[in-house]
Design a protein around this ligand. Structure first.
Ligand SMILES: NC(=O)c1ccc[n+]([C@@H]2O[C@H](COP(=O)([O-])OP(=O)(O)OC[C@H]3O[C@@H](n4cnc5c(N)ncnc54)[C@H](OP(=O)(O)O)[C@@H]3O)[C@@H](O)[C@H]2O)c1
Length: 280
């Protein structure tokens, strides 16, 4: 039995779907079933259920709001994760912790290696990294998987926003100096399932292949959706947000390849399949 947290979110939803396709017994839960910040409840829940693995997709993910809500962000991403790691440890269960490119500062143009220089620029990034440290400290059967620019059918994301705005507006300003890789949850889920089936513990990066800027991503969305909305590339300095984001979010997939796991398909291919999925 595999327990998946955050089933009402983008990733948790597709992870449960994939486990079911593989006929793997699983249970997807969210905050209404179990608040991960409640230490006693987490302990009791996991010790009762005795999953052989927890894929921990639940998190506080409101990156800009986190700048004003550090305490609650910390509680969910650090202490919620610690609660799960401690319970997993007690029953000798494997644990997958989903982390982010925002643990890096985005300097330079090279892809960040898994053991690259950690220097988060935002509250969200800091708490996700503190969560990684808790997992490493408590568990000896852990997989930390850093992902970026996530999109899935279940939840809001950049693509859905672009489609909505693209239908309303003639042009849109989109930042062109943040470079990274989109991650389609339906492509990531099978790789996560392969990873948890192994005993190749450690840190991984997993995103769709290829890189782009948000402006290039937006242009491709408009093109594939047949929307006549012009994308004006602008620098980050002209689009200030509460949380500072890394300019370079390129992630090296070396550990994924070394572990013998599949790379995800190219992001353009993922986008095409996602738009088909969206159309239902
Ligand atoms: N989205 C991205 O672009 C991105 C990029 C890099 C890494 N990640 C990481 O990838 C993972 C999955 O992201 P996602 O986009 O699927 O997230 P998401 O759609 O925001 O889903 C997260 C889920 O966690 C739940 N949750 C929040 N607080 C909780 C609590 N105290 N107890 C139990 N559940 C709680 C949320 O419930 P509510 O909605 O009710 O709060 C939500 O259903 C996260 O670890 C995230 O940090 C995401």
């Amino acid at each position: 039995m595999i327990l998946v947290t955050g089933v009402n979110g983008q990733l948790g939803y597709d992870v449960v779907k994939e486990l079911k396709i593989r006929n793997i017994e699983c249970l997807g839960i969210d905050i209404k079933d179990l608040d991960i910040t409640d230490t006693n409840a987490v302990n009791e829940y996991i010790l009762n259920l005795k999953p052989k693995c927890v894929i921990h997709c639940a998190a506080y993910t409101a990156v800009d709001r986190a700048e004003d809500e550090e305490e609650v962000c910390n509680k969910v991403n650090v202490y919620g994760t610690e609660n799960i790691a401690k319970a997993c440890k007690k029953i000798d269960a494997k644990m997958v912790y989903i982390s982010t490119d925002y643990v890096f500062d985005g300097l330079g143009e090279e892809p960040f290696e898994v053991e690259g220089n950690i220097n988060p620029l935002s509250v969200y990034g800091k708490t996700k990294y503190q969560g990684e440290l808790k997992v490493k400290e408590i568990s000896d059967k852990y997989f930390i998987v850093r992902i970026s620019w996530v999109f899935g059918i279940n939840g809001n994301n950049f693509i859905k926003t672009m489609i909505r705005l693209g239908a309303e507006k003639e042009s849109l300003n989109v930042v062109c100096d943040q470079i990274g890789s989109p991650t389609y949850t339906a492509d990531l889920a099978p790789v996560l399932c392969d990873i948890v089936a192994s005993e190749k513990y450690g840190v991984y990066h997993a995103t769709n292949e290829g890189t782009c800027s948000w402006a290039e991503f937006a242009k491709e969305i408009m093109k594939m959706e047949g929307l006549n909305c012009k994308i004006n590339p602008i620098p980050t300095s002209e689009y200030p947000t509460k949380a500072v984001r890394p300019l370079n979010s390129r992630l090296s997939k070396k550990s994924l390849v070394d572990g013998g796991f599949n790379l995800l398909p190219k992001w353009e291919d993922a986008l095409k399949r996602y738009l088909t999925e969206l159309r239902g």
